[in-house]
Design a protein around this ligand. Sequence first.
Ligand code: G3I
Length: 447
Amino acid sequence: MTLTVKSVARVSLVSTLVLAAAGAAVLAASPASGAASTLAAAAQQSGRYFGTAVAANKLGDSTYTGILNREFDMVTAENEMKMDATEPNQGQFSYGNADRIVNQARNQGKRVRGHALAWHSQQPGWMQNMSGTALRNAMLNHVTQVATYYRGKIYAWDVVNEAFADGSSGGRRDSNLQRTGNDWIEAAFRAARAADPGAKLCYNDYNTDNWSHAKTQGVYRMVQDFKSRGVPIDCVGFQAHFNSGNPVPSNYHTTLQNFAALGVDVQITELDIEGSGSTQAQQYQGVTQACLAVARCTGITVWGIRDTDSWRASGTPLLFDGSGNKKAAYTSVLNALNAGTGTTTPPTSTTTTTSNPGGGGCTATYSEGEKWSDRFNGQVTVSGTDNWIVTVTVSSPQRIIATWNTSASWDSANVMTARPNGSGNTFGFTIMHGGNWNWPTVSCRVA
Ligand code: G3I
C-alpha cells in the first residue's frame, strides 16, 4: 500500500516536471496573454521606444520591411546620414538615401534618430586632410546644414560620435577634429541646437557601458562639465556592442543611472550582442531591464534587424535570424518590456547557504534556477538529515506558485514549510517575482 502511494506520488511528480518544462518552453516562445506582441508596443507601455538601424538598400526587401514596420517605432540610418554620405563634396549635400529612410519611417508613424553629425570616422575624402580653422568651420557648417535640412523631423541627433579614447586614459581620442581644439564638441552641440532647437542632442559612444572603465568616467566628466556650463546636451547614447570579449557589465544599471542623474536622457543606441540561444537571450534581457530600471532611459535601438543584416553578421548578434524568424533573444526582450518598469537586473551569483540558526543538525542551500520576465525557479538542497523541515520565506510582492519534490504547506502568503515527500533531499519551486528579484531566505531544522 505504501509502495502504491509512493509510486502514485512519483508519477504525479514526473507529470509536474514535464508540465513545468512544457510551461517553460511556452514562456520562452510567446508572450504572456494580454501582453503586447511587438517590441514597439511593449516598449510604449512604459513610454519608451524600440528602434533599429535601417539600411536604405534593404528597403526593397519585403521580409526586412515587414519586420521593420511591425516591430519598431524608431529608426536610425545605419550609414546614410554620416558625413561622407550627406556631404560627399564640400558644400554639396546629398540626402537621397537618408531621405528614403526618413520618409519610410515617418510614413509609417515612426520617429528618427539622426546619426551622426560629427565623427572622426566616415569623413568624406575632402575633409580627412583638413585641419585648423578650415576644418572647424567645415565641421560646423556640416552640422548646421544637415540639422537644418532635417529640422523638425529628428527626435534625437548623435551630434558627436566616438570622441573619447579607448584604454585607461579617460581622455579624448586623437583626431583631426580634436586637433582643432578641445572645444570642438561643445561648438558642434551649439551649432546643432541653433539649427534644430526641437531635437534632443546626444553624445554617442561605445565601450562606455561599464561604470568602472576610464572611458565611461571621461564621458561622464564631460557631460557633467557641459551641464554645469550650460552647453546644450540632452542625452547620452550608449552604443552597446557586446561580445564575449566585451560582455554586458553587471553594473550597467549603475552606469545608466549615474548619467541620468546628471540631468540627461540616456538611450541604448546600437545594441547587438554576439552569441546565441539562452546565453544571448539572458544578456539581452539584462540590457533591457537595465534601461527599464532607469526612468530617463527613453529607449533602445538594436543595430540591425536580422543577423544577416548586421555589420558583424558572423556573430549572429541580433533579434531575428537570417530568415526573419524571432530568436530566443527576441522573446526575452519582449517579455522584459512587457514586465515593465521597476525591474532590476537579476542576481548574478548562483548559490547561497542558510544554516539552521538553532544549529539543529541540517543545512539548506539555495540555488538559482531558470529566470523568465515574470518568474524564476529556485531549488533547495538539504544536508545533514533526511528528516527535515525547511522554511522558505519570500518577500512581497513575490509568491510561490509551484513546488516539486516536496510536500509543502503555507503558514502565510510569504512563508512556505517544506518536508520530504520521498523524492530525496533537493526540492524546487517557482516564484512570481512581481519585479522583486531577491532570493528567498531558507532555513532548516530536523523534524
Ligand atoms: O556600400 C558600399 C559598397 O558599395 C562597397 O562595395 C562596399 C565595399 O567597400 O562598401 C560598402 O559600404 C560599406 C557600408 O558599411 C555599407 O555596407 C562601408 O565600406 C563600410 O565601412 C560601412 O560600415 C559601416 C561602419 O559603421 C562604418 O561607417 C557599418 O555598415 C555600420 O554598421 C557601422 O556602424 C557603426 C556606427 O555608425 C557607429 N558605432 C559603431 C557601428 C559599428 O561599427
